[in-house]
Design a protein around this ligand. Structure first.
Ligand SMILES: C[S@@+](CC[C@H](N)C(=O)[O-])C[C@H]1O[C@@H](n2cnc3c(N)ncnc32)[C@H](O)[C@@H]1O
Length: 449
């Protein structure tokens, strides 16, 4: 290790910044953010008096001779100095910093490559949750109580570990600080009584299928979960991002296997969380868009258990992006509606008449088999037969298929998808914007458009 990383308390202490320009400004801002009494000084008129009492000096004049001269002055004044971009003149170097309101990570390559330090900082920024400061606050709030109530050091450590990475931490990171405190109090009570504290459920959107479209939080939770209860629409590539030893349970409906009723899924969630597990309920797309996430939240809330909801990229957004279809467009569409295709079959009909309008995009979540019904409803409501449509099957996945056509032809278009044999989930986009679709290279489908 070339430099020893130390965190220097600068609050109220004099720090000299000599020079001007962005590098000097950056150093002044950083020192100020640590509470330093920053003095901006001019290299040309710098005196020993200016440096007296300073605990550190930053120099960034941009001129080699001036940097060297100021460096000599600071050394003569006995002040540790950092000269920007001149490692040979530095008593200390500036690390790349990740700052989450008090939780600070400093990265140094010993001056060898500031670029590498910056790249590493980017990776650490992405890996660390945003509200780390809340975790630090939570730990501070509970320190005295825990030390007083839990005598055994091993159990105390276990409590703090759980506090910063267990259910309370997850609520805090999701912005629910009051909920986090409540859960932490419950954990403390359980720890005192040597009982198993209850766990937490995360209702997580898995996105449309491409694992790179998981949110950062979803990816973090997949690494934390004891158990993952997932829909069949969640592909193996997404499940592969789960912690190795997580229990992965399919609660989807698939032929040849007893299917899970929604009530059974709710019961299973509650059972596992009561037993202390961290459970990820992983749902395709977004849990609150045709995902029945609301019912699972009700069950957890009724049971008085902790939960968070993590949004995901819903199929309409994923499919539109990967098929090159702008859902709204200044010239073609000023509104977009997400419609469930199932309602085309059962009694609860969407208001087709208000949907079949020009300048309005429809993203219809449905299997290809329901296409004729949707076509008939839209035509019956007055839509134009020549309205562009696109079908996106397996959107965002390696086997994505896109075809385009006209509303009058929707059933034939959908039949071609069924014949292609992938039988993946598909979404229909109706409206002028559908004409923007980049049709997939599949020969069987390309000819349809
Ligand atoms: C029960 S809904 C769930 C929707 C999900 N919660 C969401 O926000 O995307 C299932 C329907 O979503 C659509 N869907 C989900 N993933 C898809 C994908 N990768 N490509 C095309 N459609 C998809 C299909 O219309 C499928 O029938």
């Amino acid at each position: 290790m070339k430099h020893l990383p130390l965190f220097f308390d600068l609050a109220g202490r004099k720090v000299a910044v000599v020079g001007e320009g962005p590098k000097a400004d950056l150093r002044a801002d950083l020192a100020r953010s640590a509470g330093a009494d920053v003095r901006r000084l001019d290299a040309r008129s710098l005196t020993a008096q200016d440096l007296r009492g300073a605990v550190a000096a930053f120099v960034a004049t941009g001129d080699e001779a001036a940097d060297a001269a100021v460096h000599r002055q600071t050394k003569a004044a006995g002040v540790p100095v950092n000269v920007a971009d001149r490692p040979a003149l530095c008593d200390f170097i500036m690390p790349a910093i990740v700052d989450r309101d008090g939780v600070v990570v400093a990265i140094s390559t010993g001056g060898a490559s500031p670029t590498l330090a910056t790249v590493l900082r980017g990776r650490i920024e992405a890996a660390l949750p945003e509200r780390l400061d809340v975790l630090a606050r939570l730990a501070t709030t509970f320190r005295a109580q825990v030390n007083a109530l839990i005598a055994d050091p091993g159990r105390r450590r276990a409590f703090f570990r759980r506090l910063v990475e267990g259910p309370a931490a997850r609520l805090a990171l999701a912005g629910d600080e009051a909920g986090a405190r409540r859960v932490a109090l419950g954990d403390l009570d359980a720890a005192r009584r040597k009982m198993t504290p209850s766990g937490i459920a995360h209702i997580v959107g898995a996105g449309p299928g491409d694992p790179d479209l998981l949110t950062l939080r979803a990816a973090q939770l997949l690494q934390e979960a004891d158990a993952i209860l997932h829909d069949d629409l969640v592909p193996p590539a997404v499940l592969a991002r789960a912690r190795r030893d997580a229990e992965v349970v399919s609660v989807g409906k698939r032929k040849g296997r007893p299917s899970w009723a929604q009530a059974d899924i709710d019961t299973e969630l509650v059972r596992r969380v009561r037993a202390g597990q961290t459970v990820v309920r992983l749902k395709a797309g977004d849990p609150f868009v045709f995902g029945r996430g609301g019912e699972e939240v009700d069950a957890l809330r009724d049971a008085g258990l902790a939960y968070t909801v993590v949004p995901g990229i819903t199929a309409a957004l994923g499919c539109a992006a990967s098929a090159g279809i702008p859902l709204t467009h200044r010239r073609h569409a000023s509104a977009v509606t997400f419609v469930s295709g199932h309602s085309a079959k059962d009694g609860k009909q969407p208001a087709w008449a208000s949907l079949a309008r020009e300048g309005h995009t429809l993203a219809i979540y449905m299997g290809a088999t329901e296409a004729p019904s949707v076509r008939d409803r839209l035509l019956g409501a007055g839509a134009d037969r020549s309205t562009p449509v696109a079908i996106v099957e397996n959107g965002t996945r390696p086997d994505q298929l896109v075809s385009t056509g006209r509303l009058g032809d929707l059933a034939r278009l959908a039949a071609t998808h069924s014949e292609s044999g992938t039988a993946g989930p598909s979404l229909i986009i109706v409206g002028d914007v559908a004409a923007y679709a980049a049709v997939s290279a599949s020969p069987s489908l390309a000819k349809v458009s």
